[in-house]
Design a protein around this ligand. Structure first.
Ligand code: TYD
Length: 203
């Protein structure tokens, strides 16, 4: 493990995490720091092809095991090619989704075995864990209203799916002190303040 700092942003689709990641990056830049912004799926060159396969394929064309392995493959090359070198160079890495997405979506959402997914995450990520995970928690109905009209393959899931994913995230947060739950139903300014408080505590 290098000397950088690894922060991940998690939550159901439409929770606003991408905006909060950008706000956090801006706050860090104001303090003279230059964070690396990345995401899963699609944070590496090869991963951008995985992202298209995973998200742009027709709704019924990817079964849950194939989906899980594609996310894991994306993670493996992302960690190897992008995240680890940045951490070793001392960077602050801000990543939109990481291992908790697999546990929440494929585990709690799709019903796959959580212990197996933890081992798969360790294999794909070479055991790399975030220093801090910001879970932007919001009711699925609010998140659905925030999402645009154009839905990718995952976003075409039903409300019950997102309710399971949300409950899964909260269960993970209850087991793991690295995960900070942020109330993402608040106004963006308030959410950004809560996020920044957690980041500042860490740095
Ligand atoms: P995301 O990039 O957040 O979507 P958007 O660009 O629309 O904001 O995430 C892509 C989707 O992939 C999202 O529905 C969550 C899902 N996902 C998983 O199911 N498992 C995973 O391990 C990861 C990384 C993402």
């Amino acid at each position: 493990m290098g000397k950088g700092v690894f922060i991940t942003f998690e939550g159901i689709d439409g929770c606003g995490k991408s905006l909060m990641l950008k706000r956090t990056a801006a706050a860090l830049r104001e303090r003279g720091l230059e964070p690396l912004l990345t995401r899963e799926p699609g944070g590496s060159e090869l991963g951008r092809r995985f992202r298209r396969l995973i998200l742009d394929s027709p709704f019924d064309s990817v079964d849950e095991r194939t989906e899980t392995l594609l996310f894991a493959a994306d993670r493996a090359c992302h960690v190897r090619q992008v995240i680890t070198p940045a951490l070793e160079a001392g960077s602050i890495v801000l990543c939109d989704r990481y291992i908790d997405s697999t546990l929440a979506y494929q585990g709690y959402g799709r019903g796959l075995d959580i212990d197996f997914l933890r081992r798969l995450n360790d294999f794909a990520g070479c055991g790399l864990r975030p220093d801090l995970t910001l879970l932007l928690d919001v009711d699925p109905a609010i998140a659905a209203a925030r999402r645009g009209a154009k839905a990718d393959r995952m976003e075409q899931e039903q409300a019950e799916f997102f309710a399971r994913v949300r409950a899964g995230y909260l269960a993970l947060a209850g087991q793991c002190p690295r995960i900070a739950v942020i109330d993402a139903s608040a106004a963006p300014e308030r959410v950004a303040e809560q996020v920044w408080d957690k980041v500042r505590e860490l740095l």
